[in-house]
Write a protein that binds this ligand. Structure first.
Ligand SMILES: Nc1nc2c(ncn2[C@@H]2O[C@H](COP(=O)(O)OP(=O)(O)OP(=O)(O)O)[C@@H](O)[C@H]2O)c(=O)[nH]1
Length: 391
């Protein structure tokens, strides 16, 4: 049963744009295992799209007042115009004041605000319209106000959301619509209401699919952009972004954050004696070996040629030392001549080394790695040499 489901899931994956890896397919369902860099870029994109959507509504909402003015009695028009003005100001505030801080919850709040403004407008305008007996063209324009939930659900298509996120955002709108139908608030008979509700469900489904396709594209693009093509480790640029992210989070939470600078020993000899291709193979084997043994949540960055950086959020200096010794015990792979590949490692930790920014942390780890080289290679150094006291 499970294997059949997995097979179908895999086939569905074949339809997805960007050829997602098998492990990434679950990322379309829920965001909880997304890489922090993907989460950060998605959060920025979502907030930008919220602002774009809000801008469009800020322009269109007052413009529609012209149509209202032509078809509605003055009293109704003026009350609706006041509501439109309030909605326009709220949308404009969202465009001007809301900025992404790279946090996903900040992005969710932006979507909630974007949807809250038309929802309040919808409830208020709908209630107001029930006090008026409209006929002819004014009744037709009045009925148009009931289409707002359709517009909102259709608008979901512009966000790269997971299945669960789409469900969470769409559910309140669908539930409200169902309740309003049950209580007969909608000015239409049951069959028409059921037809309209079915259409709303379809729009939610199509918008959800569009959102998932966008997310699949985004995952593939982000993966290509953040990985080093040879080893699959994070590239230096994305490594710097990760360092910044982890350092900021750790500082905010007063949590430890360790980095280990690893430089492979006598790597030049492999290239010189066995050729560049053997060197490449050793680098790839070493990365995959590390990938198997490092902790979930840690990140391996290829900092330069045969230099790597292991980022360990929430890890103290002592814990980092234990982790590195475990990796060394598992080994970094085998040299072409048969000996083990070894590395010189320098470790630094945000709190115990009193680093004020991530660059300082990297400098300390780098300095210790050089001392490990000077002291004979194939070793780990986690502290600075005590400075000699001058007489
Ligand atoms: N095959 C291959 N070699 C690389 C790559 N990037 C860097 N290198 C090589 O890695 C070697 C690094 O040499 P060195 O900096 O002298 O260091 P080392 O030989 O490891 O010596 P120590 O660090 O002092 O132990 C150079 O020969 C680079 O050409 C790569 O992507 N593939």
């Amino acid at each position: 049963m499970i294997s059949t489901l997995a097979l179908h899931w895999h086939r569905l994956g074949g339809l997805m744009p960007g050829e997602l890896d098998e492990g990434e397919l679950a990322w379309l369902v829920s965001p909880h295992r997304h890489l922090s860099l993907l989460a950060r870029r998605r959060a920025v994109l979502i907030v930008n799209r919220v602002r774009l959507f809000a801008f469009l509504f800020a322009v269109l909402t007052p413009l529609w007042s012209i149509v209202d003015f032509v078809v509605f009695p003055f009293q109704l028009w003026s009350e609706l115009a006041l509501m439109r003005f309030a909605a326009c100001v709220a949308f404009a505030c969202l465009v001007v004041c809301y900025r992404s801080n790279g946090d996903l919850f900040n992005a969710y709040r932006a979507i909630a605000l974007l949807f809250a403004i038309p929802t309040v407008f919808y409830v208020a305008s709908h209630t107001l319209l029930t006090f008026y007996q409209l006929s002819g063209i004014s009744a037709a324009i009045g009925a148009g106000y009931a289409f707002l939930p359709f517009v909102l659900l259709g608008g979901l298509a512009i966000f790269p959301l997971t299945l669960i996120e789409t469900f969470v955002v769409a559910s309140p709108i669908l539930i409200c619509q169902a309740v309003s139908g049950y209580l007969r608030w909608a000015a239409m008979d049951w069959p028409s209401f059921a037809g309209a509700f079915w259409l709303l469900l379809l729009i939610a489904g199509v918008a959800g699919l569009a959102g998932i396709c966008q997310l699949a594209f985004m995952i593939a693009l982000v993966r290509q952009a953040i990985r080093d093509p040879l080893t699959g480790a994070f590239s230096r640029n994305s490594g710097m972004e990760l360092l910044d992210l982890h350092f900021t989070n750790a500082a905010r939470a007063h949590a430890p954050f360790s980095v280990a600078f690893l430089d492979l020993d006598r790597f030049k000899n492999i290239n010189d004696e066995f050729g560049h291709e053997e060197g490449d193979r050793a680098l790839t084997a070493m990365t995959s070996q590390l990938g198997h043994h490092m902790r979930h949540g840690d990140s391996l960055v290829r900092w330069g040629g045969e230099e790597f950086m292991l980022l360990m959020p929430g890890t103290s200096l002592m814990q980092a030392q234990v982790a590195i010794e475990r990796l060394r015990a598992a080994g970094f792979g085998t040299r072409p001549e048969g000996g083990p590949i070894t590395a010189s490692v320098g470790i630094a930790e945000r709190k115990s080394d009193r680093a004020r920014e991530w660059k300082e942390l990297v400098e300390i780890a780098d300095r210790r790695m050089y001392r490990a080289k000077e002291n004979g290679r194939d070793r780990v150094i986690c502290e600075d040499q005590p400075t000699a006291l001058s007489a």
